[in-house]
Design a protein around this ligand. Structure first.
Ligand code: FES
Length: 89
């Protein structure tokens, strides 16, 4: 189900940073973190479609898709995310 036009803008602008576990939510609708996306890429996800299938990223309002793509780019095409996670992750 899609939210009413305009209501997703607040969701997009909200980036929750959890200092306790040092991770950032990328997909607010589905509570998917940057760490989870990096993990999925390391396991072989190589497209936004695969992230959507495996994690649910961008499957609701879709506003997280640009940030999810950014995380994937940071991981590199080969899926190597070494050095991208914060200490303790
Ligand atoms: S933030 Fe809405 S689908 Fe990801």
């Amino acid at each position: 189900m899609h939210p009413a036009p305009g209501s997703g803008m607040m969701v997009v602008r909200i980036v929750l940073v959890c200092n306790l576990i040092r991770t950032m939510y990328i997909c607010i609708c589905n509570a998917i973190t940057e760490r989870e996306i990096r993990g999925a890429v390391e396991l072989g996800c190589s497209s936004i479609g695969e992230l959507r299938r495996d994690l649910g990223v961008a499957s609701c309002c879709g506003k997280c898709e640009p940030d999810a793509r950014r995380v994937m780019r940071e991981c590199g095409r080969g899926g190597a995310c070494s050095g991208q996670l914060a200490a303790g992750d």
